[in-house]
Write a new protein. Structure first.
Length: 269
């Protein structure tokens, strides 16, 4: 894997080792908060799990949302015979999050080295078992967690999430640049909250269409999906029953199923 010579290490990938029995690791990234990255990661994982063995790692140490979005609040992982954490299983997906280890309202006040160690433990000290795909929901930014993931394990590819407008794309471009610098493959972009469907089927733009399409063309990055906006998507996440499970026949759920098919084609087993 190539790496950026400006990155603060003579060879940042010397410690990179695969996770035993995990075939593909998929990063879901944005740098921008509020674009629905966790929603995309969650529904992608559930859609992939219809045909594959899937894990979902909530790597947002400061703001974990996966326990609430998957209806697993207040559940605690057991310790296996090998002294590893046993993931919580929900909708046939193996889950791990700092949110299972601390109270929901508790602040995590950690600096870089502690984040680095936490990522190592979530990757190495969890009994993931055999997985076809491990989806990693990353926090906003391009900092310690993202770089720790790229340094510690071979990431098969990254999916970047953005909403349509340029004010979001400005930040998302920086995430794409970071992954390029550390040599992680760009699987493509998901345009979330792309449009709202009216009662008669017309597409209503909630956000102004920016330069996303021309930018992706210039970078030769594929747009993997345009996910419609629907309050049912966020309501399902709040209730712990994501749209892929709560309304599997909806256009929004079908968009996630189509996304999962594309990811499976890009990362065959």
């Amino acid at each position: 894997m190539a790496h950026d010579p400006t990155y603060n290490s003579p060879n940042p990938f010397d410690t990179q080792k695969p996770i035993a029995n995990v075939k593909h690791i998929i990063a879901v990234s944005s740098r921008k908060g509020g674009v629905g990255k966790s929603t995309v990661a969650t529904n992608l994982a559930l859609a992939l799990a219809k045909k594959n063995k899937v894990g979902l790692l909530d790597a947002d140490i400061y703001g974990p949302s996966i326990p609430r979005m998957l209806g697993t609040l207040n559940q605690k992982p057991a310790i296996s015979a090998s002294q590893k954490l046993t993931p919580i299983t929900r909708y046939n997906v193996k889950l791990m999050s700092i949110g299972f280890l601390i109270e929901e309202g508790s602040a995590v006040v950690w600096r870089g080295p502690m984040l680095f160690k936490a990522m190592d433990q979530f990757l190495r000290d969890v009994e993931w078992g055999e997985l076809d795909y491990l989806v990693v929901d990353l926090p906003p930014g391009t900092g310690d967690v993202q770089l720790s993931l790229a340094q510690k394990v071979p990431v098969s590819g990254v999916i970047t999430v953005s909403t349509p407008q340029n004010i979001a794309l400005i930040d998302v471009k920086k995430a794409i640049d970071m992954w390029n610098r550390v040599g992680v493959r760009q699987l493509g972009m998901v345009e979330n909250m792309s449009y709202l469907l009216s009662a008669n089927g017309d597409k209503i733009q909630l956000f102004p269409k920016g330069e996303m399409n021309s930018y992706l063309d210039s970078k030769k990055i594929t747009k993997l999906a345009e996910i419609p906006f629907n309050p049912a998507v966020s309501l399902g996440s709040e209730a712990g029953v994501p749209i892929v499970e709560s309304q599997s026949n909806s256009q929004e759920a079908q968009a996630f199923f189509a996304l999962a098919e594309k990811v499976s084609e890009l990362l065959p087993l």
